[in-house]
Design a protein around this ligand. Structure first.
Ligand SMILES: *Cc1c(COP(=O)(O)O)cnc(C)c1O
Length: 395
């Protein structure tokens, strides 16, 4: 008999009932150190008092009015994002996959309005993840995601990761946009070198193609800058945001330059819930905190400490780990042992991590994790590694 919850997930047998900062409390009372943050969503940890207050205050006033009317919280959040980024304009969604939908539509509409209605192709990369809607799975293009769900939305060209010549050759006068994650999340914490991001920007400038960055996972302070592309000193034309921006409340956004957004006039796109007062009240508080002076410096300091300790862990447990990769507080442990064994051993030792492709264990702790918590995390990860080593040597 089919379970009452559609069985599309492989769930761990854990049931959390409470969250406090970097900690999750299981139903049985065990306290887990959370280095997953609900897959980079709880950017400020669980139950941050300022976010709780923002949500509570808005909940007492007004939940929903629809986008038929002015929503002041939405306006303020858009203004703040425009102030702190390349963007001239923002559309709010409820998720990353919805942001992908709009990014694709926006790029195609731009060229249509330029009188170039054949210019519809979007170049994407192997190992990428952009969500689960039909456009998002077509964009990623992996067999695992699209098989059985055809006809797959057309107009996407998938290139291998990091092959410059293939990219050069693939960009034609039918290329509407290039879509890429500056740091692949699901794909195994694979960072695009700054030089490559600069190169992509150059190709787009030369050909007119729009550069769409998917910063759903790597954005909102995760890499130590507000958005990951800032490290390369370039700006996209369109950017997808979600996950961390809501701090746990479902919220996403598409940020765009005036040029890229020029086709999106009244009636061309919409969302019932996107940009609702509750989500925007929380998102506003998240962006205020993450963009406040000094916050990202602290993220970088913590990231440096965590990385150094992880390098030592990898060196001391060579049978389990191969290397550390990633940037800021978006780190991956490339494993020698099966990554799922490491994640499970983590559960046994009360530390939460998240598996990713390429046999990687992802570490996406809250951006405000403390130094003591980082030390505790390492002790627990080491205990998990010992457990994996011991299990391997006994069979
Ligand atoms: C999670 C994710 C998405 C999809 O976001 P949803 O909110 O799950 O729809 C898209 N892109 C990237 C890079 C992601 O990590």
């Amino acid at each position: 008999m089919i379970p009452s919850v559609l069985p599309t997930y492989n769930r761990a047998p854990l049931e959390f009932v409470k969250g406090e900062g970097s900690w999750l409390v299981e139903r049985d009372g065990r306290r887990f150190l959370d280095l997953g943050s609900g897959i980079a969503v709880n950017a400020l940890g669980h139950a941050h008092p300022d976010l709780v207050a923002a949500l509570h205050e808005q909940a007492q006033k007004l939940w929903h009015v629809s986008n038929l009317y002015t929503i002041p919280q939405q306006q303020r959040l858009a203004d703040l994002l425009v102030q702190h980024t390349f963007a001239d304009t923002v559309f709010f969604t409820n998720s990353g996959t919805e942001s992908c939908e709009l990014a694709v539509k926006m790029a195609r509409k731009y060229w249509y309005d330029q009188g170039d209605s054949d210019r519809v192709e979007i170049i994407t990369f192997e190992g990428s993840f952009h969500g689960r809607s039909t456009a998002a799975i077509a964009a990623a293009g992996s067999e695992k995601m699209v098989k059985g769900f055809g006809p797959v939305l057309g107009g996407f060209t998938h290139l291998p990761w990091g092959e410059h010549d293939a990219l050069r050759a693939a960009v034609t006068d039918r290329t509407a946009a290039i879509l890429i994650e500056p740091v692949q999340g699901e794909g195994g914490i694979r960072s695009l070198p700054d030089q490559c991001l600069k190169g992509l920007r150059r190709i787009c400038d030369e050909t007119g193609a729009l550069l769409i960055l998917d910063e759903v996972q790597c954005g909102m302070g995760r890499t130590g800058r507000l958005f990951a592309h800032e490290w390369a000193g370039i700006a996209p034309d369109i950017m997808m945001v979600a996950k961390g921006i809501g701090g746990g409340f479902p919220l996403g956004a598409v940020l765009a330059s005036e040029r890229a957004a020029s086709g999106m006039t009244a009636g061309t796109h919409g969302s019932t819930y996107g940009g609702n007062p509750l989500g925007c009240a929380v998102g506003l508080k998240v962006v205020e905190i993450v963009s406040a002076p000094g916050f990202l410096e602290q993220v970088n300091a913590r990231a440096g400490a965590l990385r150094q300790k992880l390098e030592a862990l990898v060196a001391s447990r060579p049978e389990v780990f191969e290397e550390v990769r990633g940037s800021g507080l978006m780190l991956g442990l490339v494993c020698k042992a099966p990554n799922t064994d490491v994640v499970k051993a983590g559960y046994d030792n009360l530390v939460i991590t998240v598996p990713a492709a390429d046999n990687v264990v992802r570490l996406l702790p809250p951006l405000n994790i403390t130094d003591d918590e980082i030390s505790e995390a390492l002790a627990r990860l080491d205990a998990a590694a010992v457990q994996v080593e011991t299990a391997a040597s006994s069979c």
